[in-house]
Design a protein around this ligand. Structure first.
Ligand code: ATR
Length: 290
């Protein structure tokens, strides 16, 4: 997208629900910091309104959007083309216009990778990752880690069919990696002594509405492992608090939320995002939601 000096940039995040998203805080702070004329809004869009909403991008009423639950896959048929990452992941969290075309991109995987990298003590190829969840975020994180060299991945999801579908797809994309599913209830009770990195991509722990049924599995994980939660609200989720109390290293969800926004900001504006100011805005917004 070209950013002319007189253009007023209209951006936003679409989802259902969406009002809880702190993205407007981050993006509006960044636009202001760089002196870019523009605004970033929440847009509450239901599944039946999605196709019509995309026309606003075609008709230049909106210039770029981020996508949250439940539209990350559903939006794909309404776009003109996907970037390589979005195509491989099979989900889109960022849409921008380029040369009159609507491009679907995904910054979730790279955003997560940026947050994980600084906490990793060994090479990714030595890790055995347990990925909890098989939704849009899991698709992005699993693909990205396998693409970066992960060799050993176990996917554990409440609905086994969803995790099986993901594993079958990844096994085709990465035939040399050992990728398997594991029963959700069995994991909740028993954990796994071989796991080195646990990543929660389910919505369990989001605010107080979706509590974990049990956290017994933490007792059965090796204490050398790292626990990551992509749930960002509250900042100290039930999973992270319990993991920290037991002595695990942890990676909090706000870091991925920040990094995926930093990458999306560049796609929207062709300018490097002012990361520090976005971080301050994000943490302030999350603090006020707790
Ligand atoms: P996102 O785009 O954030 O990944 P999503 O695609 O709706 O969101 O995926 C949500 C994930 O959280 C799914 O893996 C879902 O499990 P199912 O495939 O069984 O639906 C998981 N999830 C949501 N609520 C859950 C709950 N109460 N217990 C366990 N898993 C849950």
């Amino acid at each position: 997208m070209t950013q002319g000096s007189t253009q007023f940039l209209k951006l936003g995040v679409i989802g259902d629900p969406v009002s809880q998203s702190p993205s407007p805080d981050m993006f509006n702070a960044a636009l202001q910091e760089l002196g870019i004329l523009g605004i970033y809004h929440h847009y509450h869009v239901t599944t039946s309104e999605l196709e019509e909403f995309v026309l606003k991008l075609r008709h230049h009423e909106i210039d770029g959007i981020n996508i949250t639950i439940p539209h990350k896959q559903a939006i794909i048929p309404f776009l003109d083309t996907l970037t390589h990452e979005a195509q491989k992941i099979g989900a889109v969290n960022t849409v921008y216009r380029s040369n009159g075309q609507l491009i679907g991109h995904n910054t979730d995987g790279d955003g997560f990778w940026m947050s994980l990298q600084k906490h990793l003590s060994s090479n990714l190829s030595h890790e055995h990752v347990w990925l909890l969840g098989a939704g849009g975020a899991s698709m992005a994180i699993g693909y990205t880690l396998l693409n970066k060299g992960l060799n050993h991945l176990t996917v554990c999801n409440r609905s086994l069919e969803n995790s099986k579908e993901l594993v079958t797809k990844w096994q085709t994309q990465f035939p040399k990696a050992a990728i398997q599913t594991h029963d959700w209830n069995d994991f909740l009770l028993k954990g796994d002594t071989q796991a080195t990195l646990l990543i929660n991509t389910t919505s369990l722990g989001l605010k107080s509405q979706n509590p974990w049924p049990k956290l017994n599995f933490l007792q059965h994980l090796p204490k050398t492992q790292t626990v990551c939660d992509i749930v960002a609200n509250p900042i100290a989720t039930e999973l992270l608090q319990n993991a920290e109390n037991l002595g695990f290293k942890t990676v909090a969800g706000w870091e991925m939320l920040l990094n995926q926004a930093v990458l999306a900001f560049h796609k929207f504006t062709n300018q490097n995002a002012p990361q520090a100011c976005m971080q301050t805005a994000l943490l302030r917004a999350l603090g006020s939601h707790i």
